[in-house]
Design a protein around this ligand. Structure first.
Ligand SMILES: Cc1cc2nc3c(=O)[nH]c(=O)nc-3n(C[C@H](O)[C@H](O)[C@H](O)COP(=O)(O)OP(=O)(O)OC[C@H]3O[C@@H](n4cnc5c(N)ncnc54)[C@H](O)[C@@H]3O)c2cc1C
Ligand SMILES: NC(=O)c1ccc[n+]([C@@H]2O[C@H](COP(=O)([O-])OP(=O)(O)OC[C@H]3O[C@@H](n4cnc5c(N)ncnc54)[C@H](O)[C@@H]3O)[C@@H](O)[C@H]2O)c1
Length: 475
């Protein structure tokens, strides 16, 4: 391919999907150009999504002393008056470091970067405008990866002013911290921000049209989580739509369809996201996005209906995670250059960085029941572990779902401190097709929260084996 085009591959967007596609292509010996319309690389992931929300969470947990309250009491605070500037400081520093690492990664691997908005002139030519004063640059490409991600959905009837009515981008730069916050949309983004602000002692009301939240998570874990939300004073209103949103006397007002109104200092609208495909000139290469701006691809190769044009990351929809976007970028680049495709992982974890964290992998109890697989569960509470005592944890649980017939691990579900890290132990056993005997027989570091795996496995074993047979059963 080399020589026929300016670049073997042009990647539009420098988020997780674009970054991984470009570096993978370079590692395979191909020339790659990343076009990024923002002034810094990293995508929504680094600048407005994953990383800022996690940095904000970490700042709130450390400045409030939230993790220590189990020891020193609910009134414990590290810093009494936390300001918007306090939150911004760590966030800016984290973003700067992430951008530095990415710039260096591109430079090291010989990936070229052009800052400017890209669009299709035709299926092998990409126009780039970096500055309206500068002439248009057109580059030719052997293949193209569309990795433009998504942006917050901003319905026309919601009067966003990025001060009182904000979305998940503008909530990162508040002038002052609100004393009360209404969050419309209890998807993952809404739940993460609602719980982060609740940990700051902000009075939070969370509204969602659906009757239940986090439908894809095991119900027992969600019930435990909901108990936390209510315990920290959050007003949770499910099964009710927001009819309209307005600003009245400097306050945000959400008028609910059930006739009630919710007033607060700030309102965060997190009712979904749309693919950033408008302005890409997709018609010039024969592609069309759906109503939510998303593109259809072959799920195995990530190639669109136009040969040589791929799409990866949030722009192709579910599961819309940084973790999966990275892998999709790699798969697209490998396929583009005829390299053997890595077998896709059978199951991947979900991590929700709410306060407390939730993480899950494999089948929930409801899913196992639906499939009529004979099963048993084992549960461990973090307060049963010595590490939990040392940390002052009064809550947190780990649940294993195992097959009665094969003893295979079917699912792991965790709510509580370090859930998003602990899940990877279960992921390894699950993806290697292991049984829960692994946890029964393994020696874990002590004291650790990982010990909860052993406690839960013993609980499952107790339930599986009638008491009189336990002495004869192999452990
Ligand atoms: C608040 C929030 C929290 C999140 N938390 C998590 C989490 O904890 N864990 C997790 O796994 N995922 C999380 N996500 C999801 C994660 O951020 C996304 O899955 C990931 O960023 C998607 O990567 P991407 O490469 O598809 O696109 P993006 O990261 O969105 O990057 C796309 C890039 O393309 C650029 N672009 C767009 N159009 C053009 C154009 N025409 N020309 C040039 N450049 C263009 C954009 O400027 C942008 O830089 C979160 C998302 C949000 C919003
Ligand atoms: N930790 C993570 O992995 C993480 C974190 C954040 C985001 N993400 C990704 O970002 C994506 C987008 O998340 P999201 O939370 O924006 O979208 P979402 O579509 O998951 O949730 C939007 C919610 O808003 C509700 N809603 C919409 N309009 C409403 C109205 N008028 N009144 C009441 N409720 C209304 C919907 O019922 C829905 O529950 C997710 O798919 C997720 O994969 C992942």
């Amino acid at each position: 391919m080399a020589g026929a085009w300016d670049y073997d591959i042009v990647v539009i967007g420098s988020g997780p999907a674009g970054r991984r596609a470009a570096v993978q292509a370079a590692k395979l010996g191909h020339s790659a150009l990343v076009v990024e319309k923002s002034s810094a690389v990293g995508g929504a992931c680094v600048h407005t999504g994953t990383i800022p929300s996690k940095a904000l969470r970490e700042t709130v947990l450390s400045l409030t002393g939230w993790r220590e309250r189990g020891i020193y009491g609910a009134g414990w605070r590290i810093k009494k008056d936390i300001t918007a500037a306090d939150l911004r400081m760590r966030l800016d520093q984290t973003i700067r470091r992430e951008v530095d690492v990415l710039d260096h990664q591109f430079a090291r691997n010989g990936v070229s970067v052009a800052h400017g908005a890209a669009w299709f002139v035709d299926s092998h030519h990409i126009g780039i405008v970096s500055d309206p004063e500068q002439p248009l640059r057109v580059v030719s490409a052997g293949c193209v990866v569309i990795a433009v991600g998504t942006r917050p959905l901003r319905p026309g009837d919601v009067p966003f002013d990025d001060r009182i009515i904000v979305d998940s981008d503008s909530i990162l730069t508040p002038e002052t911290l609100p004393r009360s916050l209404t969050v419309i949309g209890a998807g993952v983004i809404g739940i993460e921000y609602a719980t982060i602000f609740a940990a700051l002692d902000v009075r939070v009301t969370l509204v969602d049209a659906r009757d239940t939240i986090l439908e894809f998570i095991d119900r027992e874990i969600v019930d435990d989580f909901m108990h936390h939300l209510r315990d920290c004073g959050m007003d949770l209103r499910t099964g009710v739509r927001v009819a309209s949103v307005r600003v009245d006397k400097g306050q945000a007002v959400a008028d609910l369809e059930d006739g009630r109104h919710v007033c607060s200092d700030m309102l965060l609208y997190t009712g979904g996201r749309v693919g950033a495909t408008d302005g890409l000139g997709l018609e010039a290469c024969g592609l069309q996005a759906d109503a939510r701006g998303r593109l259809k691809v072959d799920p195995v190769t990530l190639q669109t209906s136009v040969p040589g044009i791929y799409a990866a990351g949030d722009v192709i929809g579910f599961p819309s995670l940084a973790a999966t976007s990275l892998e999709q970028g790699r798969i697209a680049a490998c396929h583009a250059f005829g390299c053997a495709l890595p077998a896709p992982e059978e199951v991947f974890p979900y991590g929700i960085y709410s306060v407390p964290e939730i993480s899950t992998i494999g089948m929930s109890e409801d899913q196992v029941r639906e499939k009529e697989i004979p099963y048993e569960c084992g549960i461990a509470r973090f307060r049963e572990t010595s590490r939990g005592h040392v940390m002052g944890l009064g809550s947190g649980m780990l649940k294993l779902v195992v097959s009665r017939e094969t003893r295979k691990l079917l699912g792991v579900h965790i709510v509580g401190e370090s859930a998003t890290e602990l899940i990877h132990i279960g992921q390894a056993v699950l993806n290697l097709g292991g049984t829960f005997d692994y946890f029964l027989n393994a020696t874990f570091n002590y004291p650790t929260l990982a010990e909860a795996y052993k406690i839960a496995a013993l609980d499952a074993w107790n339930r599986l084996m009638p008491r009189q047979e336990r002495g004869r059963a192999p452990l």
